[in-house]
Ligand binder design. Sequence first.
Ligand SMILES: *[C@@H]1O[C@H](CO)[C@@H](O)[C@H](O)[C@H]1NC(C)=O
Length: 215
Amino acid sequence: MSSFPVSLSELVEYVDFNQQSFLISAASIAFNPTFWNIVARREYRTKFLTKLFGGNRDVACYALAVTIFGLGIFRDFLYERALRDQPSHPALEGENVTYAAYALLAIGNLLVVASTWQLGIQGTFLGDYFGILKDKMITGFPFNITSAPMYHGSTLSFLGTALLYGKPAGILLTLHVLIVYTIAIQFENPFTAGIYAKRERERAKAAGFEEKKEL
Ligand SMILES: *[C@@H]1O[C@H](CO)[C@@H](O)[C@H](O)[C@H]1NC(C)=O
């Protein structure tokens, strides 16, 4: 028994797994966070991007931001192309589903835009790994609603698009997005926490040094 008009197993029956575009979309969804985590960690360890941009970490970070943004647009393009190749489900074609879709897209985009507004471009696009650290943790909206508004907003937008097109394949790809981002968060959070802990240790050390000088 489910109050949702369609069950998950019924949805899967409306997914055409033989479409190459479906697999390509799934691959691009998994590729993006993998790519930026590998690049950002390498930057943190070796400063290879900063070196590539003549020692300017700000420019290096903006270059990575543009790359990640471009990959995101390409991923969205591949997702919409995949949905067009998939059958739609009659239960997802009603007016109410369309309204729900627009609401999800609005909330999803609000979370993403507000998060970028709060963090800035560098804060959004892995500035921490370049040594561009924020002074303090941001706790205002949208971070008082979710700890990962970027990821959760993006996931809601995927779901909104799936419902807008009425495509069960999109709901399945959204679950894939959710799993990929959940793994990414578990991978990223301890690492960034470590970057900030290191700064705190260095600050404490510097403060101790200052105290000794004054004695
Ligand atoms: C989050 O912050 C916003 C703006 O400061 C506020 O309007 C909203 O009520 C807060 N939400 C929660 C759940 O605390």
